[in-house]
Ligand binder design. Structure first.
Ligand code: ADP
Ligand code: MG
Length: 208
């Protein structure tokens, strides 16, 4: 992974989050406390603002710096979870110097595993992991598939995961206190992860 790609991805993610204000706001108002858009916006802006500091660093050090900064600046469950994602990703990239899709998929999966460990959650609990876990599995399995096929598969898996949260009862996070009242509402963290995955896939597609 190249640091220049991380910077481009940060820009694409920032734009995608900003254009999803109304959907993210309303989802967290329905089953959370309404701050999810603000948290994601702050996270994306924080990464974009680090641009000058990140540019000269190797990818693993850039990811590590992003993770540490997210832990210290972004509130809510999502700040801690996203921070741990980047820190774990940094470690795998460092241990595994390859720059091919297999190495990137392995790094993505270790980021997701770290969120699972930190959040003590898995598939079916109505969280961001309902998008991240199946996307990580698809990424690892299909890493060497034809590029556009892979990108399409990742986007589709993210969309399937986000829609699946609609019919779930939450067992983690704020929505857990709602019991059956959470049914019928999409999880905000799952939605923002799907938006981010889609934006990064579109960026990669436009580059190749
Ligand atoms: P908070 O819930 O602290 O207000 P946010 O609104 O920013 O933080 O983020 C809420 C999102 O965090 C949820 O929609 C869910 O996807 C995710 N989340 C909450 N708890 C967990 C957990 N234990 N594991 C994984 N994801 C979680
Ligand atoms: Mg919230």
């Amino acid at each position: 992974m190249q640091t220049s790609f991380i910077l481009q991805a940060a820009e694409a993610i920032n734009q995608a989050i900003l254009s999803s204000e109304s959907v993210l706001e309303s989802l967290d108002r329905e089953i959370g406390d309404g701050d999810h858009f603000i948290n994601m916006k702050r996270g994306a802006a924080t990464i974009v603002a680090l641009r000058e500091e990140l540019a000269p660093l190797p990818a693993d050090a850039a990811l590590q710096k992003i993770g540490m900064k997210l832990l210290s600046t972004v509130g809510g469950a999502s700040g801690v979870l996203m921070g741990s994602f980047f820190i774990a990703m940094a470690k795998t990239i460092k241990d595994n110097s390859g720059n091919d899709m297999t190495a990137i998929a392995a790094a993505f999966q270790s980021g997701v595993t770290s969120i699972q460990a930190r959040g003590k959650a898995g598939v079916g609990e109505k969280t961001m992991l309902d998008v991240l876990i199946p996307v990580a599995t698809t990424f690892v399995v299909q890493a060497n598939a034809e590029r556009n096929f892979l990108l399409q598969a990742l986007k589709q898996e993210a969309e399937r995961g986000v829609l699946a949260t609609r019919d779930m009862i939450a067992t983690k996070g704020r929505a857990a206190s709602l019991g059956e009242r959470a049914i019928g509402h999409i999880d905000p963290g799952a939605k923002s992860c799907q938006i981010i995955i889609s934006a990064v896939c579109d960026l990669v597609r436009s580059e190749t």
